[in-house]
Design a protein. Structure first.
Length: 586
């Protein structure tokens, strides 16, 4: 060894020792000594700038528009809808809300402050809903532009090491390389691949509809949220009992019960109406399902905005669709027709009175209110009747309950009251209830002091004591209850639901995959054909499809050596940076 070599080795050893000593000094020395070693560079290093308002806004927007946050918001929206199903809502059943507040003096005020009695119009539900709306919009728009860029792009060129692909096949043929590539291009186009020719190779790709299905799913979910918002804000839902021979017009005052959304305008209700001509009901007469309804049908005559009258029949679950509204047949009952005369012998009331069913056999309860009655002395003496209607009364049963829903033996049982019905006070009243707790309303008594009550059949009359009047049971009509629903977002919701299923199916079953074909001459002058496939996700279909491509291509360019079967194997890790970059491009 020369002197120069020994000197160089000594210098390198000394430099290494000094570096080790410096590292040990830096790790053990105090901060000021470390700064002295580095020449005070750390002490003079500038502080990192803060994000600032714009930076924090960008960070918040990136988080909000991420798929993770969108899924979290969707989950929160599902959780927030649970109280709306379990707790009575003011918009749908205010009576149950009042009952809940009476029976739960502790929970009631808490629920009121949290807005649990009007979940879907509460601030916190609207906040979740709007954040999800913005998050989906922020996800869809940039991904749509990216997808457009992918559609305008070209499949990547063939990597150098095709034999490292998960599916690979090679064989030799006497055909010309360009002829093999031409056959490959025709075959791949026939199988709906996008082609990008290269020098001595062909690159092809298919499965772009997978991302289209993913985008369609998210856009449809976006449409579902819009449909839900439209339905919530502009919907209306009302109920109306229509007695046979009478009609209904779609105005707010005609409804027995009416609910609507926040942006619904009663002045722009659809112009239509109908008349109940007849109602048909049949029931099972025997067997374990005795009394079960076999048919409910309402014959009506309706008119729309054109003013023309049309006849149709509404069945259960077969609504009448008119002017953007659905008219559903929901229930049925009986309306005894009575004639009430006051103490002067004048007809104070005449007409049908709907009685509401209490059980499956149509045992019904009802109230008859006569506010215009005049007593025998010429002074106002309002009359009220409360009782039951039984369509099939069987005396042997010992009860005042119907034994069958059809009107086989109809009987009406009434008790009578007189005095002040409380209708002149201007306060709203339930037309199907009589306030017997009113001290100004007194019950008629018999001579022995018992309450006046009488069973009536069709054609019979109940005479009130002291010449106060009478009530005559004329006949029995039927009534039908209709629900009129206006929900403008239904079509959009249905279309969005179908699109969501189609998009989900596409994103699950369509696979993005690439195929490369390369040809080159070997040392013997034959053409070496290489065929490789790569899927964006692990699947057996890549190998299966490559097998079909090999067979089809081999049929057009007969081989000297039989083609190798494409193998579904894991790609070999790259052994050099150059190979690794090619694999990354693939």
């Amino acid at each position: 060894m020369s002197t120069t070599d020994r000197t160089d080795r000594t210098d390198r050893t000394e430099r290494a020792d000094r570096a080790d000593a410096d590292a040990e000094a830096i790790s053990t020395a105090p901060r000021d000594e470390a700064e002295e070693i580095y020449g005070g560079e750390q002490a003079n290093a500038p502080a990192q700038p803060g994000l600032g308002f714009l930076g924090w806004t960008r960070w918040f927007w990136r988080q909000l528009t991420s798929m993770r946050v969108a899924l979290i918001l969707l989950f929160l929206l599902s959780l927030a809808a649970i109280p709306g199903s379990l707790i009575p809502q003011e918009g749908t059943d205010p009576v149950k809300v009042q009952d809940f507040l009476k029976n739960h003096t502790t929970l009631g005020p808490i629920y009121t402050k949290l807005g649990l009695f009007h979940v879907y119009s509460s601030v916190w539900f609207a906040a979740i809903y709007l954040l999800l709306f913005v998050s989906l919009a922020g996800c869809i728009i940039p991904r749509s532009w990216q997808y457009v860029g992918q559609l305008r792009g070209r499949p990547p060129r063939a990597p150098r090491k095709l034999d490292r692909m998960p599916a690979y096949a090679t064989w030799t043929t006497d055909a010309d390389p360009d002829a093999v590539l031409g056959a490959a291009r025709r075959l791949l186009r026939k199988r709906r691949y996008r082609i990008a020719p290269g020098e001595g190779s062909v690159a092809a790709e298919k499965g772009y509809l997978r991302e289209a299905g993913n985008l369609l799913f998210h856009i449809a979910l976006f449409g579902m949220l819009i449909a839900f918002a439209i339905a919530t804000l502009y919907k209306s839902d009302g109920d109306k009992i229509v007695v046979q021979g009478t009609g209904f017009t779609n105005t707010l005052t005609q409804y027995d019960d009416f609910k609507h959304g926040a942006l619904f305008d009663p002045d722009h209700m659809s112009p239509f109406g109908f008349t109940l001509n007849a109602f048909h009901a049949t029931y099972a007469r025997s067997g374990p399902q005795k009394g079960t309804a076999r048919e409910y049908a309402a014959d009506i005559a309706y008119f729309g905005s054109d003013g023309k009258s049309h006849n149709t029949t509404i069945h259960v679950n077969q609504p009448l669709q008119i002017e953007g509204n659905n008219v559903y047949l929901t229930s049925h009952g009986y309306a005894p027709v009575v004639t009430v005369r006051d103490g002067q012998g004048n007809v104070a009331y005449q007409g049908p009175v709907p009685f509401l069913p209490l059980d499956g056999n149509a045992t019904s309860q009802g109230v008859i209110k006569v506010p215009d009655a005049v007593g025998k002395n010429g002074q106002q003496d309002q009359l009220g009747f409360q009782g039951f209607f039984v369509p099939d009364f069987v005396p042997q049963s010992g009860t005042m309950f119907s034994q069958f829903p059809a009107a086989d033996n109809p009987v009406m049982m009434l008790t009578a009251y007189h005095g002040d019905l409380g209708m002149d006070a201007g306060l709203p009243q339930n037309v199907y209830q009589l306030d017997t707790s009113n001290k100004n309303l007194k019950q008629f008594k018999n001579a022995d002091g018992s309450a006046l009550a009488q069973k009536l059949t069709v054609g019979q009359t109940m005479t009130l004591p002291n010449g106060a009047g009478s009530i005559h049971f004329d006949r029995i009509d039927q009534w039908a209850s209709f629900e009129i629903v206006h929900q403008p977002g239904d079509s959009l919701a249905l279309g969005s639901a179908i699109a969501m299923l189609a998009g989900l199916a596409g994103s699950l079953f369509i696979q993005r995959r690439r195929v490369w074909v390369r040809t080159q001459r070997d040392s013997e002058g034959r053409t070496v054909v290489e065929l490789a496939g790569l899927g964006r996700s692990e699947s057996q279909k890549v190998g299966e499809e490559l097998t079909v491509l090999v067979g089809a291509l081999h049929a057009e360019a007969p081989s000297v050596k039989p083609p190798d079967e494409p193998a579904e194997t894991s790609p070999t890790p790259p052994t050099s940076p150059e190979d690794g970059s090619d694999k990354e491009r693939a």
